[in-house]
Every structure is written in structure tokens, then in C-alpha cells.
Write a protein that binds this ligand. Structure first.
Ligand SMILES: [Zn+2]
Ligand SMILES: [Zn+2]
Ligand SMILES: [Zn+2]
Length: 293
């Protein structure tokens, strides 16, 4: 086997070009996450541990204190949805044995939510077709600028690029992979971002303000996934005190906090949380009961 690989002239997967018929890749489709929401990452933009930091959380032996950048994979009735593409995307998909993604949905255009997009190349190749990207105009503009090589009029021979198609979304509800999706406008400092509701589960990352028009859309939730950066206030993220106030007002059966920094140690903070509120962690999975449409 080794010799065959070494002698082949086409053993490098660059992303899009066909491989030699003599050595077909043994693609796995990974596991099926239909009916599940998988926390790929639960950390803030620099991740936890923070490079160079020797604090108790960054040096903790608790695996729940290891937080990659915030993202989830959602098993919808007609396929797997990825919400955001973090710089940790490749490691997240390998860790969770998720090899099939049928669409990407973006919350906003910040680096920690977008810049792992190139990691979808093997997924595009295995699917044999472009990956649909659902986002607002600002996100599409960022992607076209940051990944300009993917949109060249004349593709570079042999150059692997992510193959994408764009689907514009607004705050209007839409159907995606057999599910009804309700966008949720959220304030993130001076930025407007989107959260999303699937059935009785809402995903609200990167926010420090729930606008008036969004509160009614959070009624009757079973599970609220909510931004919570740290104990102290911050200009673009909810503090722990603010997140707990949002959780209480929404009144979901279960609230799971995400996008956490190294100021929040899992065990110590968890012990002091009110009933029904938990810190999420990388690899956590929750059920997602979404009626097919
Ligand atoms: Zn973020
Ligand atoms: Zn630290
Ligand atoms: Zn952000």
C-alpha cells in the first residue's frame, strides 16, 4: 500500500480536482447527527487555553476547560448544517467524526466565525458539488474578500479552493435542509448579527443585546444556547450576570452558555449557576426535535 501511494502521481488531496481512478479515496461520510445539535466549539475568539496564559483555567486538567472557537453542527431532517466556520474547523470535524456537511449558515462575519472556511474543501470534493452558504450580504462580502482565490474568473490549475454558492438571507424565516429556520436579530456591540431558531431550540452567539423585536421569537423555547463571555461587562458580549438575566426572562427549560473566555472555569462556575443554566463544552450534544417541512 505504501509503495502504491508513493508511486502515484496523484496522492495529494488539494480539494477539487479528480483523483486517479486507480486509487479511489476511501471516503467516509462520518457519523449521522440527524436530530442532534453538536457543540463543535464553545470558546471565545482566542480560544481556551489562551496562548501564553498560565491561569488556573488555561492550565486546568478538566477537558471541559479546553474550548475551541464557537460553532455548532445541526442535524436537520434533510442534512447536516454547519453554523459558522471557525479557525478550528478541521480539528472540530475530525474530533466529532462529522464528515458530511450539506450547508453552512453564518451568524456574522467576524474572524473567529469565518476564517476556517477553507477547511471545507474535502467536504466539497466528497460531495462533488459546491456547498451552499446561507448568509447576510455583509458576510458574503467578507468571504469574497478574505477568500478571493476561491472566486477567480480563471481557476489556478491544481489549486484546491472551496467551491461555494451563496444564498442571501434576511430576518425573514426560511426553509433549510427540510427545516423551518427563524433568524433572530441580535446586537453585538455596534454590529448586527443573527441567531437562529430551529423548533424549540435557539442559538444566540456573539450578542450583548436582544432587540425588542427578537424577544417574542424566543417565547416557548425548550433550549436557549446563549453567549456569555466572562463575569465582567464587555462592549460586545453578554457578561455572566447579563446572560443569567436573559436566561431568566426567556424562561427556557435549559440554557447553555457558549463563547466563553478563560475567566470562566467549568467546574467552579457550574457549581454556582441557577437551576436550568449550564456551561456548554466542546463535544456536548443535545437533542433537536425539528419537524420536517
Ligand atoms: Zn465570536
Ligand atoms: Zn488563562
Ligand atoms: Zn463576533
Amino acid at each position: 500500500m505504501e509503495d502504491a501511494a508513493e508511486n502515484s502521481t496523484d496522492t495529494t488531496v488539494t480539494g477539487n480536482e479528480p483523483r486517479s481512478a486507480a486509487a479511489p479515496p476511501a471516503w467516509t461520510r462520518g457519523r449521522d447527527i440527524t436530530g442532534r445539535l453538536v457543540f463543535l466549539g464553545t470558546g471565545t475568539s482566542v480560544g481556551v487555553p489562551v496562548v501564553g496564559c498560565g491561569c488556573g483555567v488555561c492550565t486546568s486538567a478538566d477537558p471541559r476547560d479546553k474550548r475551541t472557537r464557537t460553532s455548532v453542527a445541526v442535524g436537520l431532517p434533510a442534512g447536516h448544517l454547519l453554523i459558522d466556520t471557525t479557525p478550528d474547523l478541521r480539528g472540530q470535524l475530525l474530533r466529532e467524526s462529522i464528515a458530511r456537511i450539506d450547508a453552512i449558515l453564518y451568524t456574522h462575519d467576524h474572524v473567529d466565525h469565518v476564517y476556517g472556511l477553507d477547511d471545507v474543501r474535502p467536504i466539497c470534493y466528497a460531495a462533488g458539488r459546491p456547498l451552499p452558504v446561507f448568509c447576510e450580504e455583509r458576510v458574503e462580502t467578507r468571504i469574497r474578500r478574505a477568500f478571493d482565490y476561491a472566486f477567480e474568473a480563471v481557476p489556478v490549475p491544481g489549486g484546491g479552493v472551496p467551491k461555494l454558492t451563496f444564498e442571501r438571507i434576511t430576518t425573514a424565516p426560511f426553509t433549510l435542509l427540510g427545516a423551518h429556520v427563524t433568524p433572530l436579530r441580535l446586537g453585538h456591540g455596534v454590529f448586527d448579527v443573527l441567531g437562529f431558531r430551529f423548533g424549540a431550540v435557539a442559538y444566540c452567539t456573539d450578542t450583548n443585546l436582544i432587540p425588542d423585536e427578537t424577544w417574542p421569537l424566543l417565547a416557548g423555547l425548550d433550549t436557549l444556547v446563549l453567549d456569555c463571555l466572562r463575569p465582567a461587562r464587555h462592549p460586545t458580549h453578554l457578561s455572566l450576570t447579563e446572560a443569567l438575566a436573559v436566561a431568566e426572562r426567556v424562561g427556557a427549560r435549559r440554557t447553555l452558555l457558549i463563547h466563553m473566555g478563560h475567566e470562566l472555569g467549568h467546574a467552579a462556575v457550574s457549581a454556582a449557576l441557577p437551576a436550568g443554566v449550564e456551561l456548554a463544552y466542546d463535544g456536548l450534544e443535545i437533542p433537536l426535535d425539528v419537524a420536517a417541512v
